[in-house]
Design a protein around this ligand. Sequence first.
Ligand SMILES: [Zn+2]
Length: 88
Amino acid sequence: MLKNYMEDVVEHLLPDVLAKYDNVCKCKECVDDIKAIALNNLTPLYFTSRKGGVFNKINEMEAQFEADTLKELTKAMEVVSKQPRHKV
Ligand SMILES: [Zn+2]
């Protein structure tokens, strides 16, 4: 199965990032928007299996992915918190 590894990184980091920001709406709609915006700004990284060389290489690079992902999640939260798609 084809999978975008960045989705996992976003899922993994989002709860921590959300916990640090009180002023952002945490309903499903806004959280999905935050994920979508962040993932659109991150380079997708597809792999076909959790086993094998590609994934091992990804693990070694994980710290850099996390730093980039945190930056994009923070930016995405600012966008959504200024313009939530629903009425407040
Ligand atoms: Zn919301």
